[in-house]
Write a protein that binds this ligand. Structure first.
Ligand SMILES: *Cc1c(COP(=O)(O)O)cnc(C)c1O
Length: 369
């Protein structure tokens, strides 16, 4: 051990989050024109932000010299109405990542256990490690959460369980009845974080009212975001829904002004912009069909997805993902390699506009030829 080592061992052990490559970086690295680059790497809404949110931001801009409303009164009121819960059950976050981290900070002591699934969102182990928690990575079943195995992994020092539904990066969906049975069986001292970042993409027939479960389960925290279907990824707004006790704890550890005023204004507008959500969901469903039909033609295996992205297998060797990713980057197409998840033969592609999907399919065909 060297003498000038700062910080706790568990912080030094963290492997930093690998974000999708920005367009400007790929342009520089591969000598490409930024305008020609297609980014299908971070599950952003290909329509961009809704016009309603843009207008709300412009209207809110003159007040930017003042601090934002620390309590997010108007946005919380709008969310409380939408989800039929009291306003003091809502926590606003600087993206839903913030909510996930607040949960770890408020609820986990160093050495205590946090359960999540193999092939689940990379932020769960990061949030766990940042507070010195012990991450328990439960093997997946068919690329999704194995709720029975996750329940069996609970020990007396388990404090938190993270579940993503739909899951990222695999796109799998747990049926509502399975989650309810899991919540029924979970000891009340264990908080379950149900991360529903892609919920708005679910077909109406697949929708379930998780906000109602919060009334029944005092140990449930639902996490939602404006980054995906609402098209506001760059503004960083998400929120949690939980009963007062958990919400009160999260409020103690959050930064006083964690959601900026332009983001609050845009989120209120987007929340009320049902036509934009419907347009986004339809575009996504059409793009899903476009991409999966192409994968079928190309005889490429993929995991059926309920989100706005698809995990597709691009080879049979452990370099396949990295190799095909590099070939795609050279053609100006950015997708997400998932070797860090232990999925080195696969790539995750975000569903884009029809032209973007077609360009990706063409480039993928060339990369595989
Ligand atoms: C994208 C994503 C989020 C959202 O992150 P934000 O901080 O709200 O942008 C949360 N959970 C999962 C599983 C995601 O894929």
């Amino acid at each position: 051990m060297t003498s000038n080592v700062f910080g706790p061992e568990y912080v030094r052990a963290i492997a930093p989050y690998q974000a999708g490559k920005p367009i400007s970086e790929v342009a520089r690295e591969f000598g490409l024109d930024e305008a020609s680059i297609i980014k299908l790497a971070s599950n952003e809404n290909p329509l961009g932000m809704p016009d309603s949110a843009r207008k709300a931001m412009v209207d809110a801009m003159p007040e930017s010299g003042r601090y934002p409303d620390s309590n997010g009164f108007e946005l919380k009121a709008a969310l409380a109405r939408r989800y039929d819960v009291p306003e003091d059950w809502i926590t606003l976050g600087n993206g839903s990542n913030d909510v996930l981290e607040l949960a770890a900070h408020a609820l986990v002591r160093p050495g205590e256990a946090v359960i999540y699934s193999q092939y689940s969102f990379a932020v769960y182990p990061l949030a766990t490690q940042a507070v010195g928690g012990r991450g328990i990575n439960v093997p997946a079943r068919n690329f999704g959460h194995d709720l029975d195995a996750m329940l069996k992994a609970v020990t007396p020092d388990t404090r938190l369980v993270f579940i993503a539904n739909p899951n990222n990066p695999t796109g799998t969906l747990l049926p509502a009845a399975g989650i309810e049975a899991f919540l029924d069986a979970m000891p009340e001292r264990v908080v379950v974080v149900l991360d529903e970042a892609y919920n708005e993409y679910l077909h109406p027939l697949m929708q379930y009212e998780s906000a109602r479960w919060v009334r029944k389960y005092p140990n449930l925290l639902i996490s939602r975001t404006f980054s995906k279907a609402y098209g506001l990824a760059g503004l960083r707004v998400g929120f949690g829904i939980a009963q007062q006790e958990i919400t009160g704890l999260l409020n103690r550890v959050r930064q006083p002004f964690n959601v900026n005023s332009l983001a609050q204004a845009a989120a209120i507008a987007a929340l009320n912009d049902q036509p934009f959500l419907e347009k986004s969901a339809k575009l996504n469903a059409d793009g899903y069909r476009q991409l999966t039909e192409a994968f079928d033609r190309m005889r490429l295996e993929y995991v059926p997805s309920f989100g706005n992205f698809i995990l597709v297998r691009v080879g049979n060797d452990d370099e396949a993902g990295a190799r095909v990713n590099l070939a795609l980057l050279k053609k100006g197409i950015i997708v997400r390699p998932v070797g860090g998840y232990g999925l080195s033969r696969w790539l995750r592609v975000t569903i884009g506009l029809p032209d973007e999907n077609a360009a990706f399919v063409r480039a993928l065909g060339e990369a595989l030829a």
